[in-house]
Write a protein that binds this ligand. Structure first.
Ligand code: BF8
Ligand code: SF4
Length: 658
């Protein structure tokens, strides 16, 4: 026998088409492969998700561990301290809620700090743009507005809203917006948030080693903390941003990588807080900088957003959007991004490597988020343009020195975004009788079967955008009106669902409503903190009447089909605690066949709240949501009207004959 060298068979490369349905992202991932550049898709395909962590069967809350239990035999073992699988899972879950809530509430508190400084006259680069919104928010929490100056109202509003964060006893201000029956339920369970800081502190405390070891009690505090996010930090972020920058109303916008322009200086803002982005809009329009760009040979400066601040600026001002979370590395592979300017949340560290490969300036701006290898130019609300002007200057200089081939996928999708709660009210009822009554009526008469929120991230563990798109298709086909935020909104926008013409994809009832009002079958309302707009819309539906007395009575459901972040878990928990059936895809971070699983998936609903669901297949997910909506319609006694609407032609002929 001769000694032959053992030849290792090269593993075939995964098919990029299995990673994403987005054509632009596919093209850029193919280019990345040619250029030898690695992205999160590559890493996800070579790094198997940790099976123990995936089911939350491990604990590292103290140095007697880390302890690893067996999710296949959940009650076979306990941790060194005796902690059961339910304690361990509920503590891990609680800490995801705490982190997610902290992210949104810190963002909201930043907006409130800015608001205070604007009102006090210490900051003049921003102003109150929407006084009507200032008045309506103040009124909604019982602040007198009649005959008072805007400044006095704003000062009172600041004082009130600060309690959202700092209050140690009592109820957060926006609890006043919660439908009375829902609030009553929260009071009964003692889950009305006091202040976000207190709730997060409490939750971190009780999930420490050797404190709360009753999964039901831990989950109560998870709900309370999550509610401090949805009805607290996130809602403050949305409302204050509207007051400062204007409440969104429908605007036509282009999305996808084709919004980049080869002959212009391209700047992408990616992150979550609108203040830096607002300032960037000013900087890119600054005549001297535009002149500089022209001197460098560019036809001007082109600004686009990505992820959530992108979704917010798209919905509020019509700023073009280049793509969602799983496209942030891919977009840099175009070679056309002269600067990517980031603030906080969902900023992959991998962006540094990709930016280095293409000579893109990756610039961090927030003291909370520095990344090794990125350039840091700190942003301050007091001198906002110092930072954003410098970013523009860096981008111009990179444009001048572009030395790599540019390849921009020429794909742009136009759609209408910016459906705030206020605009939905106006759109349905007209300016003199703005109201949700027509929406409720159309739900009661069955033209609209129910309402679904489809929100959240994209995740390289599933085919990018696919679950979002197929789920929304199924929902609208079944006459479910879809409300969207964040990366999910951007996903659907890329496939043409944000045009009034998309109404033809809807079932006959929803189609009729869309055509009458001239709206698309999905309404895009902004970033992830803008999920609070869905809570406000739900409260308004309850208030208008005919659909039950609490949010839990509404024929509504929620989904985050491709979620990945802790913020998504906090959002899911506040929707559940508010009464909504909320389905997550990809994976669910706890083990099945456990008491904690039963509590989240059944028990909470029995307590009068909502419940969690899990399903990775979009069609099955749609079925779960539609079945829930139908169950609620039945409980409301409006299932009969719906049956009439869904009569087939044959049924109708039979009736006519009779
Ligand atoms: O808050 S949807 S990937 S960008 S976490 Fe992140 Fe998820 Fe996108 Fe925004 Ni929301
Ligand atoms: Fe193990 Fe208990 Fe320590 Fe967790 S808290 S690591 S279960 S000993």
């Amino acid at each position: 026998m001769t000694d032959k060298p053992i030849q290792k068979k090269a593993k075939p490369k995964p098919n990029i088409r299995d990673w994403t349905i987005c054509d632009a992202t596919t093209l850029m991932l193919e280019k990345a492969r040619r250029d030898g550049v690695e992205t999160a898709f590559d890493r996800a395909s070579t790094m198997k998700a940790c099976p123990i962590g995936a089911e939350s069967a491990c604990c590292k809350h103290c140095a007697m561990g880390p302890c690893r239990l067996n999710a296949k035999d959940p009650y076979g073992k306990v941790g060194v301290c005796g902690a059961t699988i339910d304690t361990i899972m509920s503590r891990n879950f609680a800490r995801m809620v705490a982190a997610g809530c902290a992210a949104h509430t810190d963002h909201g508190m930043g907006m409130l700090d800015l608001f205070r400084e604007v009102v006090n006259g210490h900051i003049t680069d921003y102003q109150i743009k929407d006084t009507a919104k200032l008045h309506s928010v103040a009124q909604s929490i019982g602040i007198e507005t009649e005959g008072r100056s805007d400044k006095d109202i704003a000062l009172d509003l600041y004082d009130e809203l600060e309690r959202t964060y700092t209050q140690v006893e009592g109820e957060i201000p926006f609890a006043k917006r919660v439908p009375p029956k829902t609030l009553e339920m929260w009071r009964k369970h003692n889950i009305v948030p006091r202040g976000a800081m207190r709730e997060i502190m409490d939750l971190m405390h009780r999930s420490h080693m050797g404190v709360d070891q009753d999964y039901e009690n831990i989950t109560k505090q998870s709900s309370r903390t999550a509610l401090a996010d949805g009805w607290g930090g996130s809602m403050v972020a949305t409302e204050i941003s509207d007051i400062l920058y204007g409440t969104p109303s429908p605007v036509t916008v282009e999305v996808n990588m084709g919004v980049l322009k080869e002959d212009m200086v391209n700047i992408i803002v990616h992150g979550h807080e609108p203040n830096m982005f607002e300032s960037m809009v000013m900087s890119v329009n600054e005549p001297s900088l535009v002149e500089e760009a022209k001197k460098a040979g560019a036809n001007g400066i082109n600004l686009a957003g990505m992820c959530c601040s992108g979704a917010e600026m798209m919905s509020r001002h019509g700023v073009p959007h280049a793509g969602n979370f799983m496209s942030t590395e891919a977009v840099i592979c175009t070679g056309a991004v002269d600067a990517m300017c980031v603030d906080v949340q969902c900023i992959k560290q991998g962006l540094v490597e990709v930016s280095n490969c293409y000579g893109t300036e990756l610039i961090t701006t927030n003291p909370r988020c520095r990344i090794e290898g990125a350039t840091h130019i700190e942003f301050s609300d007091h001198t906002p343009m110092e930072c954003t002007d410098e970013v523009v200057i860096k981008a111009i200089s990179r444009f001048k020195n572009r030395n790599k081939p540019i390849e921009i996928p020429q794909i742009r999708n136009t759609g209408i975004h910016g459906f705030s709660h206020e605009y939905i009210n106006y759109m349905l009822g007209g300016s003199f009788r703005g109201s949700y009554t027509p929406l409720n009526d159309n739900i009661i008469n069955g033209r609209i079967r129910g309402v679904a929120g489809v929100v959240g991230c994209t995740n390289p563990r599933v085919k990018q955008d696919y679950v979002h798109v197929e789920l929304v298709k199924e929902l609208i086909k079944n006459d479910v009106l879809v409300l969207q935020t964040g990366c999910s909104q951007v996903a659907l926008a890329k496939y043409g669902f944000y045009t009034p013409e998309a109404a033809h994809l809807a079932g006959p009832g929803l189609q009729e409503v869309c055509e009458t009002v001239g709206m698309p079958p999905c309404l895009g309302i902004g970033s992830c903190v803008d999920n609070s707009r869905i809570l406000i819309a739900a409260s308004e539906m309850v208030r208008v009447g005919g659909l039950g007395e609490s949010i839990a009575d509404l024929p509504a459901a929620g989904a985050a089909p491709e979620w990945m972040s802790e913020k998504a878990i906090s959002i899911g928990q506040y929707f559940v605690a508010s009464g909504v059936f909320t389905v997550f895809g990809v994976t669910f971070p706890i083990a099945k066949e456990t008491k904690f699983h039963k509590l989240l998936f059944e028990g909470l609903e029995q307590q009068g709240l909502g419940k969690w669901g899990f399903e990775s297949d979009p069609y099955e997910m749609a079925k779960l949501m539609i079945n829930h909506i139908d169950k609620k319609r039945k409980a409301l006694g409006i299932d009969k009207s719906r049956e009439r609407v869904l009569m087939t032609m044959a049924d109708r002929q039979k009736l006519d004959a009779a």
